[in-house]
Design a protein around this ligand. Structure first.
Ligand code: 8IG
Length: 275
């Protein structure tokens, strides 16, 4: 094969590769259909153990189109989890970030695969920076909408997809029945991997953003294209640059995630059975 990765071939059909990946997941897990899928970002990985019983764990690189994660702290497995309500969840611990420069097809492959496994609900989680000063590190927030600052799209050609109510109001309401104190905000996806300058954070604030991150928006667009209902949640691991007075560090972000993971994992476990 002339390409290093099947999705790199411009002639490849990303939906056919996702369907093939879903078939492999069905075979490797013994679960023919999944009902719901979760992508676990920084700080959220503990949720995989708390939402139900893991019945199968697959190294992500055993499934077509998936690659090993680039960042320490991101777990490269796919898990099939039996929820207490009998539903089957596909837990994606291996996110490909846009900043890895493998192209947007590879960024959204996990979401397309989740849809091909039968999942009707996509839960997208991430670690992110907060613009609202009331959000201390460790605060989970619901994503109410996004601003895609990548200047890219997972859609190819004249594919016009409506993004009204992209982050389902229904699912946000369900989450708030579990924790009424959950705040929400608009997520701005930057390309990364650098964090923002304070001026860029002020720009994000001025255009209506509350959360800054490097994932999720492109994935949400692909999930909507695939017809899924989307719940987005950010763990605020740091205040965005210039909002907090100290410099940002990856270690700080990992540390905040570690401190919050049991709480937010338990929260997600309570939400997921109600969706
Ligand atoms: I965790 O402050 C995390 N991810 N863009 N900005 C951006 N991404 C992030 C940040 C942040 N914190």
């Amino acid at each position: 094969m002339p390409y290093a990765h099947p999705l790199d071939d411009p002639a490849a059909d990303p939906f056919a590769i996702a369907a093939q990946a879903a078939q492999q997941i069905a075979e490797l897990t013994g679960v023919a259909q999944h009902d719901i899928a979760l992508t676990l970002g920084s700080g959220w990985s503990k949720a995989a153990d708390l939402i139900g019983e893991t019945t199968a764990t697959i190294p992500a690189d055993e499934v077509i189109g998936f690659s090993s994660p680039a960042v320490v702290g991101h777990v490269g497995t796919l898990r099939s989890v039996l929820l207490p309500n009998g539903k089957r969840a596909l837990v994606i611990g291996a996110r490909t970030h846009y900043y890895e420069n493998h192209g947007v097809r590879r960024v959204v492959h996990s979401v397309r695969t989740a849809a091909a496994t039968g999942a009707k609900i996509m839960i997208l989680t991430n670690g992110a920076g907060g613009i609202k000063e009331t959000w201390t590190p460790g605060t989970p927030v619901l994503i109410s909408d996004h601003i895609n600052l990548t200047a890219d799209s997972p859609l190819e050609g004249a594919t016009f997809v409506d993004l009204t109510d992209l982050y389902s109001a229904r699912l946000r309401d369900v989450a708030r029945t579990i924790d009424a104190s959950l705040d929400e905000g608009v997520y701005c996806q930057f390309r990364g991997p650098h964090y923002e300058t304070p001026a860029e954070v002020q720009m994000a604030k001025a255009i209506g953003g509350h959360i800054v991150g490097m994932s999720t928006a492109l994935e949400a667009i692909a999930a909507r294209q695939a017809g899924m209902e989307i719940l987005g949640m950010s763990l605020i691991t740091n205040l965005a640059a210039g909002i907090q007075k100290t410099p940002l560090s990856h270690e700080e972000v990992i540390e905040a995630g570690r401190n919050a993971e049991a709480t937010i994992g338990a929260l997600l476990a309570r939400i997921v059975v109600e969706l």
